[in-house]
Design a protein around this ligand. Sequence first.
Ligand SMILES: Nc1ncnc2c1ncn2[C@@H]1O[C@H](COP(=O)(O)O)[C@@H](O)[C@H]1OP(=O)(O)O
Ligand SMILES: [Mg+2]
Ligand SMILES: [Mg+2]
Ligand SMILES: [Mg+2]
Length: 290
Amino acid sequence: MAGGDLKIIDKAEQGSGYDPQTEADRRAQFCIVQSLQQRFKNINIIGEEDDTTACPELESGFSEDVLLTDRLLSNELREIKESEVVVWVDPLDGTSEVALAVKNKNLALLEQVTVLIGVAYKGRPVAGIIHQPYHADNGRTVWAIRGCGVHGLAPATENTKKIVVTTRSHLSESVSSALDALKHQNLADSVEKVGGAGFKVLKVLEGCAAYVFASAGCKKWDTCAVEAVLSAAGGRLTDISGRDIRYEPDVQVNNTGGVLATASWVAHQEYINTIPQEIKNNLPEIVSKK
Ligand SMILES: Nc1ncnc2c1ncn2[C@@H]1O[C@H](COP(=O)(O)O)[C@@H](O)[C@H]1OP(=O)(O)O
Ligand SMILES: [Mg+2]
Ligand SMILES: [Mg+2]
Ligand SMILES: [Mg+2]
């Protein structure tokens, strides 16, 4: 961004919209993957980007805060072997928003950018990091480990209004129909369109009722970290039919069943029940492997 050229590559197949990758995505993935591999030789890391750019500064330190939760850690998690760990990395979530922020000189959009690192064990998320580099003056890091609470943010426990967040850049007929059905049942008093899976889950943690994406396109690296953090806060994240999303290393990377994330203070099942069956039928469960 400082150099004025994001070096954007459009990853979308012809005729299938716009899927930008910038030099920031490539460098951040290199940094995260190499830094993790340097410390943990045998973990399986799956990142969004196929192409990366070498970045000289790796991270060798770690947050001392994590050690403070040590006494809360279950024996099961304490005994995990490196080879059982799958880390899902989204080096930059909200790339379209970065591109738009620079193009329109609208730096407020940068708030929607996050870095997502999710840790899965036995196919389910056990820890997650949502880093928001452009929050307030210095950014913030929100993280959770199963059984050890949510850190970096105090999750909202109620709200008088049910605000639902959804996609800004991937709206479709099925997304709109699902939202209409929720409005009809008073499960969505208002709808806000914002970018990024990470940012939408931060909104849910901070007082929105739900994040609804009744469409395919979102991937495992978009949901692994955020599911870990949201469930540690008492919320739920599933596909729009209420099925758990799986994070084994050989699973299909697309969340073909869509995404529904709800805050701790709303009934997830009511949202699931309200989304029309026809929409659910068009977003089947992932059966095929990668
Ligand atoms: N059709 C798609 N193709 C590629 N990525 C998608 C698509 N739909 C959603 N995503 C990813 O999910 C995130 C949330 O989607 P949305 O902002 O539309 O709600 C996006 O920021 C993008 O992640 P990324 O920015 O990491 O590529
Ligand atoms: Mg992307
Ligand atoms: Mg993403
Ligand atoms: Mg990304």
